[in-house]
Design a protein around this ligand. Structure first.
Ligand SMILES: [Zn+2]
Length: 161
């Protein structure tokens, strides 16, 4: 028996196991497998593989689907949480920006008035505002966008998803 013939027989066995073999092929396979140990082994190995696949598709049923669904839900919640964090950081950045702008406006508008009231020179008021308000709020403005990056760096390690 040539190896080419065995290959043909293996293809017939495949078709037969898939339920796609012709009656002639079924008969040929049956006769050949009875006489040929190699093809007998191929047939039983194929049957085991198919049984294994059936077992897998059974396991991949409700239990695995539930696991997959739970994993997807968890991932969705994580992404949602990350978006909420991003919104929170963005909100804080806006607050810092507003503080900076308000500080600048106060500096411009109230500077001269305050100078008049407290008998200070405008430059002194300006320097006071700059030190007490504008610089700290500008610092916040710079800091807030950095925090999510720092947090991501700290917690991101070994947590690839
Ligand atoms: Zn054979």
């Amino acid at each position: 028996m040539s190896s080419e013939r065995h290959e043909q027989l293996e293809q017939m066995i495949d078709r037969s196991l898939a339920g796609a073999g012709t009656p002639e092929e079924e008969l040929l396979v049956e006769e050949h497998v009875d006489a040929c140990e190699a093809c007998q082994e191929y047939l039983s190995a194929s049957r085991r593989a198919i049984a294994g696949l059936n077992g897998f598709s059974f396991e991949a049923g409700p239990a695995l689907n539930a696991k997959v669904a739970a994993a997807i839900r968890l991932r969705a919640r994580e992404l949602e949480g990350r978006r909420a964090n991003a919104r929170r950081w963005a909100g804080m950045s806006v607050v810092a920006l507003v503080l900076t702008l308000v500080g600048s406006v106060v500096d411009l508008r109230v500077g001269h008035m305050a100078a008049g009231l407290f008998d200070l020179r405008p430059m002194e008021v300006r320097q006071g505002l700059l030190a007490l308000w504008i610089v700290p709020s500008f610092g916040l403005l710079l800091l807030f966008p950095m925090l999510p990056l720092l947090a991501a760096k700290r917690y991101g390690k070994g947590r690839m998803l």
